[in-house]
Design a protein around this ligand. Structure first.
Ligand SMILES: [Zn+2]
Length: 92
């Protein structure tokens, strides 16, 4: 009786760099997985989830996921809001 056990199931594995980071980020609520869009990232500005790609977020090298924490719309809004407050217009 020398049957070796090969019952260690690893399951499907996607060799994506930073997979552990994404899993941890989903647990922390910063990302979520949706169908059929895939990975979405939480914008800290508007509190909405947007597709985690450079169409919605600016690329940011010092971020682990490589994306800015603000979506492009918030990023632009924040920049124009600064100019607006200088003119005395209320910030949203
Ligand atoms: Zn936003």
């Amino acid at each position: 009786m020398s049957r070796a056990r090969v019952g260690k199931h690893v399951g499907p594995y996607a060799p994506i760099v930073g997979r552990g980071f994404i899993t941890a980020s989903i647990a922390a609520g910063r990302y979520r997985l949706t169908e059929p869009l895939g990975l979405e990232k939480l914008c800290t500005g508007c509190g909405d989830y947007w597709p985690a790609d450079t169409e919605f977020f600016y690329a940011k090298r010092d971020d682990l996921a490589g994306l800015s924490s603000l979506c492009k719309a918030c990023y632009r809004e924040r920049n124009t809001a600064r100019k607006r407050t200088a003119d005395g217009v209320e910030m949203a």
